[in-house]
Design a protein around this ligand. Structure first.
Ligand SMILES: Cc1ncc(COP(=O)(O)O)c(C=O)c1O
Length: 425
């Protein structure tokens, strides 16, 4: 039998491929990767990924620092707990109370056993919050995007993606079996061209976009996109993962920000970021949401959020409503950091959210800069390929309402030092 030629793997460039047959073993790429680790090739990268927080996830957290081997305090610029709700004792109390009442698990998918009256109350509240008829829950944003898109789109349809959409929208589009189309980032002219083609070629079309883009922090021109989708008979789904709790007068996302409540076909919102807990939801017309609720595979074939999660989310929504000063503080911090990072000479693109990309554009500079920041006590995300294109590597900051001015100034000081050392400023 003829032996197939092995596909090239990116690691082949750095590690010699043995001539024997071992390369045809499925485990070979993992073994090859670990050979790289043994040779010390990715020590910095590995130490800056998969870091471990020891204790509460707060504005300053104790992090296991693999470089020094010690647990030490770092300013948390990595997690997306935008309103600082994740470590609020009121959420913890609500979760504990729910565990006492409902137990620790839900023991089934929502469609079979995994739904309580608390789940239904939350769904109703979420729908009301974003001005839609109905909403339904998912255990994560990833599951939501997979489930929403694949329950609506299929063979013969098209899903039209912004090129820098979050991986979960892209994976959901591919998983659906519909034709995968893209338009240039935030380019409505290009979207119109793609919509014209799709109108002629496919049964149904779904335009799916991030409202705030997770790596760039910029915002989509939602009103123009909604108008175009309507004009060409396509449906629109927006992912509010990074705008829930952040954008709009009450923090209900980009639809509120643009005055489009109830006017976008489907709104996917996150409960893990601005809301500080876990999970996601989709909101829209009652019949469509009901269809998704009983057809989305991640809802049917996977267990639901626990009552503890749901109770903590409900408490977080109370706090978001009662404490608008949190959002005001967040925006004070956002505006301050945008201005000061630009004043230092960094390229931060065009963000309009709590996500700030500090562009590095070079793998060679990226990892040493990330390491230096960590050594100065700043925990931020080092973003490399495949999360972004190799020429668009960056350090990403995620701001919080609860970061103090001292947190921000220490971060700026460290960025100035690291940016100079890397030759960025
Ligand atoms: C835009 C966007 N959508 C969806 C997700 C997935 O959400 P989750 O982490 O809840 O799975 C993310 C995640 O990080 C995201 O940035």
């Amino acid at each position: 039998m003829e032996v197939l030629q092995r596909r090239e793997h990116p690691l082949d460039k750095v590690i010699e491929v043995p001539a024997d047959n071992s390369q045809h073993d499925l485990f070979y790429k993992a073994q090859q990767f670990h050979e790289g680790i043994r040779k010390g090739l990715w020590e910095t990268e590995l130490y800056l990924l998969e870091r471990t927080v020891v204790g509460p996830l707060k504005d300053r957290s104790i992090v296991r620092d693999h470089f020094s081997g010690n647990d030490r305090e770092m300013i948390m610029m990595g997690g997306n707990d935008y309103l600082g709700l994740g470590s609020d004792p009121r959420l913890a109390e609500a979760a504990i109370e729910a565990i006492r009442k409902y137990g620790t698990g839900t023991h089934g998918s929502s469609i079979l056993t995994g739904q309580t009256d608390l789940h239904l109350a939350l769904e109703e509240r979420l729908a009301h919050m974003v001005g839609c008829e109905a909403a339904t829950l998912f255990t994560s944003g990833y599951a939501a995007n997979l489930g929403i898109i694949s329950s609506l789109a299929g063979e013969g349809d098209a899903v039209i993606n912004d090129t820098i959409n979050h991986a979960s929208i892209i994976d959901g589009s591919r998983f659906s079996g519909a034709t995968f189309r893209t338009f240039k980032h935030n380019n409505v002219k290009h979207l119109e061209k793609v919509l014209q083609e799709c109108q002629a070629e496919y049964q149904g079309s779904l335009v799916a976009i991030d409202a705030v883009f997770s790596m760039d922090g910029d915002i989509a021109p939602v009103p123009e996109i909604a108008e175009l989708a309507r004009h060409y008979g396509a449906r629109l789904m927006i992912d509010e993962a990074h705008s829930t709790g952040v954008l709009g007068e009450h923090g209900w996302g980009s639809c509120e920000y643009f005055g489009l409540e109830g006017k976008v076909d489907l709104v996917m919102g996150s409960l893990s970021k601005g809301v500080g807990v876990l999970g996601a939801f989709v909101a829209g017309p009652k019949e469509i949401v009901h269809f998704i609720r009983i057809n989305a595979r991640p809802r049917i074939f996977s267990y639901s959020l626990t009552a503890a999660h749901v109770a903590a989310i409900l408490k977080a929504l109370d706090i978001i409503e009662q404490e608008p000063e949190r959002r005001a503080n967040l925006w004070r911090n956002i505006n301050y950091m945008h201005r000061e990072l630009r004043n230092l000479g960094f390229d931060i693109g065009n963000p309009h959210s709590a996500i700030i990309p500090v562009m590095v554009r070079s793998d060679k500079k990226l990892w040493p800069m990330g390491r230096m920041l960590q050594e100065m006590g700043i925990f931020c995300n080092v973003i490399a390929y495949p999360a972004v294109a190799p020429e668009k590597t960056r350090i990403r900051l995620s701001l919080r309402a609860t970061h103090s001015m001292a947190d921000l100034d220490e971060t700026l000081y460290a960025f100035e030092k690291a940016g100079k050392a890397a030759g960025l400023i």
